[in-house]
Design a protein around this ligand. Structure first.
Ligand SMILES: Cc1ncc(COP(=O)(O)O)c(C=O)c1O
Length: 350
């Protein structure tokens, strides 16, 4: 395995703790539920991207880059953590964010959008159809200005970023062994697919016997999501010389919990946010981790596991997004009808 030869910047707070969730376990009446706190990785408000950025930023620095170019959605957690990493390492950063129209700007600066501005990112908002083209022109313009820009794909979901989650499996297995338990399944939110690819690679390469379950957040249909993850695994096997056979059953994706589409609000997601907050005082985000928790709750209700099983929920961060979603959360808490299901900054809203 060539993995150990690749550069790594120590910018994440690792290892993250694994904690038991007794009240949630009791409420659901099923298997023992634990959480891996990757929301505590540092870099702004923490999250899964800090792990990926350790490897991505190390490559950028090796190539003597002075500017990072990346992008994602308007309230992207990925963008927040990448801006934090860039600033920590003294790099400039340009974000391209997809939005309902070109140069869209929300009335309030809230959640991640507020943080992008606060940390001093250069921001361009465009329609999704113009997203890739704008990233390319931004790269070209920066090169013409004599800068050394480094392009990072959405979510850091390439072999470099995904490899970080292989390490996370090693970390988790070590912790589980020390606690004397075995996790039957790990459930997490899957979007650009790098986290799931890395987790699958780790589970296969280290033969952990831990099933990796991805709850799709609605970027793409289920088959496409699985294909995306598969491709990252195959590319990583080449890059890191990983010797295992990926089987169809290694790629588990549920897409029943997106509730209308990416970033849409649904009763199930809001139930998950509220349930975790009021049973454990644990805050999850309404887009990603709420989808994964809605999936976990439903699978427990369907008696998927035995009471003696240990199930690990991977908290991938993003709770700062609770604030832009406050109207929907308030309505849910008060038992009122949701004021909207698609937020105004979602390109599908127009
Ligand atoms: C909080 C959170 N969880 C999960 C994910 C999904 O991770 P990945 O894009 O690696 O599939 C993201 C992606 O942005 C995220 O922000």
């Amino acid at each position: 395995m060539k993995f150990s030869n690749f550069p790594r910047a120590n910018i994440a707070a690792l290892p993250t703790p694994i904690q038991y969730l007794p009240n949630l376990t009791k409420k659901l009446g099923g298997p023992k539920i634990w959480v891996k706190r990757d929301d505590l990785t540092g870099l702004a408000f923490g999250g899964n991207k800090a792990r990926k950025l350790e490897y991505i930023m190390a490559e950028a620095l090796e190539q003597k880059a002075d500017t990072i170019v990346t992008g994602a959605g308007y309230h992207s957690n990925w963008c927040t953590q990448t801006v934090a990493a860039a600033k920590k390492l003294g790099l400039d950063i340009y974000l391209v964010k997809s939005a309902p129209h070109e140069d869209y700007e929300s009335k309030d600066w809230d959640g991640n959008h507020l943080l992008h501005h606060l940390m001093g990112a250069h921001i361009k908002t465009v329609r999704p159809e113009k997203f890739m083209e704008t990233m390319e022109t931004t790269m070209e313009q920066l090169k013409k200005q004599g800068k050394k820009p480094y392009y990072v794909p959405v979510g850091g979901s390439d072999p470099t970023g995904a490899s970080a989650y292989m390490n996370a499996v090693l970390e988790t297995t070590y912790q589980a062994n020390n606690m004397g338990i075995h996790f039957k399944s790990l459930i997490h939110a899957t979007g650009s697919g790098g986290t799931q690819a890395g987790l699958v690679m780790g589970a296969k390469a280290f033969n952990t016997g831990m099933q990796i379950v991805g709850a799709a957040v609605g970027y793409t249909p289920k088959e496409e999501q699985m294909e995306k993850v598969r491709q990252i695994v195959l590319d990583s096997q080449k890059k890191y010389d990983l010797d295992f056979t990926l089987r169809d059953e290694d790629l588990i994706v549920y897409n029943e919990y997106v509730g209308g589409g990416y970033g849409y609000m649904s009763e199930a997601k809001l139930e998950a946010v509220k349930m975790l907050a009021e049973t454990e005082g644990l805050l999850i985000d309404p887009v990603y981790t709420a989808t994964a928790m809605a999936c976990l709750i439903d699978l427990v209700r369907k008696d998927t596991w035995k009471k003696t099983d240990n199930i690990l929920f991977l908290h991938t961060g993003g709770a700062v997004a609770l604030f832009p979603y406050k109207e929907a959360i308030k309505a849910y808490v008060k038992g009122e009808k949701l004021p909207w299901t698609i937020p105004e900054w979602n390109p599908a809203a127009e």
